[in-house]
Write a protein that binds this ligand. Sequence first.
Ligand SMILES: [Zn+2]
Length: 104
Amino acid sequence: MRKGKKNRRVVNLKKRKIPLRRCVSCGESKPKKELIRLVRNTNDEIEIDMTGKVNGRGAYVCRKTECIELAGKSKKLSKSLEKEVPEEIFQELFNLAQTNKEEE
Ligand SMILES: [Zn+2]
């Protein structure tokens, strides 16, 4: 719906497009910064991608211990990446979730 220039300007100011990604655990769509991206990179290794720029198959999980735990238990993360996620990665994810809490 276009109703003249005035209206469009307001929309531009107020609605900045936030790219949403879905957490593999809870299925909620959230802004990227609230999620952690995991990538199965071109070397066929799983890594945590803090830049969001790593090439490969990606999956997202909330920066929350509950979601990370569930992602591990339910194997949702492994399924989504089509590869087993190593224990070290989960350890790192938990660390990240912890760090995030302290910042709040
Ligand atoms: Zn979640």
